[in-house]
Design a protein around this ligand. Structure first.
Ligand code: NAP
Ligand code: HSE
Length: 337
């Protein structure tokens, strides 16, 4: 072979994705860390990420971090020129005001915001169906469950789903099993960044209900309404309940379930005493666990981190990588089961 016929090397065309970050608290700061750390990985997929700005409530508040190129602002106009909105600010109506114009002009949203997903389904559903919304981080943080439900598990006929979906409650109950009191454990969960900005959403079961609603839409019914979830939080537990359960060889967990009762699917969030050997009782501290039972696949168990900045950012950036790979955002089930 002559030297002139040697294989020529092709330089890949690097595409630049313009990303806007909304929220720079526990999750947002970890997203910034990962965007910085994974630059080489993005490049290997022929992408570069250009961070166009970071939208926060108070841009003048001194922060104890400094990310090169991350400009904090309380003016969201820069988002209009972005391809991807990463929304990790929380709340419902304010983030929706950012999502809607972005989605209407064909943009991509990546989010950890299960409250908005659960409460404003009518507004966003068609964009989810269009694959424009990625939300792996919204349930079980960095432990994958949305993607498996949207893909491989769709084939199996659903029988039952049981889970702990709130890291704060799991942390509080685990700490109480070690002798800590409820209020100290809750304060510690807040300090560690696990709790919602309004922690009554955690201990009252509302956050679990948001997540269970998203799962129900992927498991049994694309229209499943938040209002149908029966909710009781760990704030209703009588004093001494955690220790009394331990003495019986049980652990109390905030159990989320979807199962058929008298021919109807029922979704519930409630504190339940589980035998120590129960797989869901094995999830300690801020971990979550989920058991999916399908007629054909049997019982499949997912367990891992359920709250915290780094684990949640891992799912957010994982979604960004899925988008770079040409994988559309996950879809809910397409028929009522
Ligand atoms: P966080 O620490 O309270 O941070 C919220 C961020 O959003 C802050 O930077 C805040 O700005 C900004 N923000 C809030 N409201 C705003 C508004 N109206 N306008 C502009 N900026 C606003 O919250 P987080 O724990 O990171 O949680 C963020 C989202 O991720 C929530 O949807 C939460 O449910 C979800 N999530 C959290 C976790 C977790 O473990 N923390 C896990 C999974 C999912 P300032 O900095 O100026 O206050
Ligand atoms: N507050 C939530 C929890 C954050 O404790 O599970 C993760 O969604």
């Amino acid at each position: 072979m002559s030297s002139s016929s040697a294989v020529s090397t092709v330089t890949p065309v690097i595409k630049t994705l313009k990303v806007g970050l909304a929220g720079c608290g526990t999750v947002g700061q970890s997203v910034l860390t990962m965007l910085h750390r994974q630059k080489a990985l993005f490049h290997s997929l022929d992408y570069a990420v250009s961070l166009e700005g970071v939208y926060v409530r108070d841009a003048l508040r001194p922060r104890d971090f400094d990310y090169p190129g991350a400009v904090l602002t309380d003016d969201p106009h820069f988002l209009e020129g972005t391809d991807i909105l990463i929304e990790v600010m929380g709340g419902v109506d304010r983030p929706l005001e950012l999502w809607m114009p972005h989605l209407e002009r064909g943009g991509i949203v990546i989010t950890a915001n299960k409250a908005l997903m659960a409460e404003r389904w009518d507004a966003i559903r068609k964009y989810v169906e269009n694959g424009q919304v990625y939300f792996e981080a919204s349930v079980m943080a960095g432990t994958p469950i949305i993607t498996p439900l949207a893909t491989i598990l769709r084939a199996s006929t659903p029988i039952r789903l049981e889970a702990t979906l709130n890291g704060t409650c799991n942390y509080i109950l685990s700490q109480m099993e070690r002798g800590q009191d409820y209020h100290t454990a809750l304060a510690e969960a807040q300090r560690l960044g696990y709790a919602e900005s309004d922690p009554t959403l955690d201990v009252g079961g509302g956050d679990s209900a948001h997540k269970l609603t998203l799962l129900a839409r992927m498991f049994i019914d694309p229209e499943y309404a938040l209002e149908k979830v029966q909710v009781r939080g760990i704030d209703t537990l009588p004093p001494g309940a955690v220790n009394e359960a331990l003495e019986r060889g049980e652990k109390i967990r905030l159990l989320c379930s979807i199962e058929r009762e008298n021919g109807e699917w029922v979704a519930r969030v409630e504190p339940r005493a589980l035998p120590l050997s129960h797989p869901i009782a094995q999830a300690d501290s801020s971990h979550n666990a989920l058991m999916f039972t399908g007629e054909e696949c049997g019982t499949v168990i997912f367990m891992g981190n359920g709250a915290g900045g780094a684990t949640t950012a891992s799912a957010v950036v994982g979604d960004l990588i899925s988008h770079m790979d040409g994988i559309p955002g996950p879809k809910q089930v397409s028929l009522v089961r």
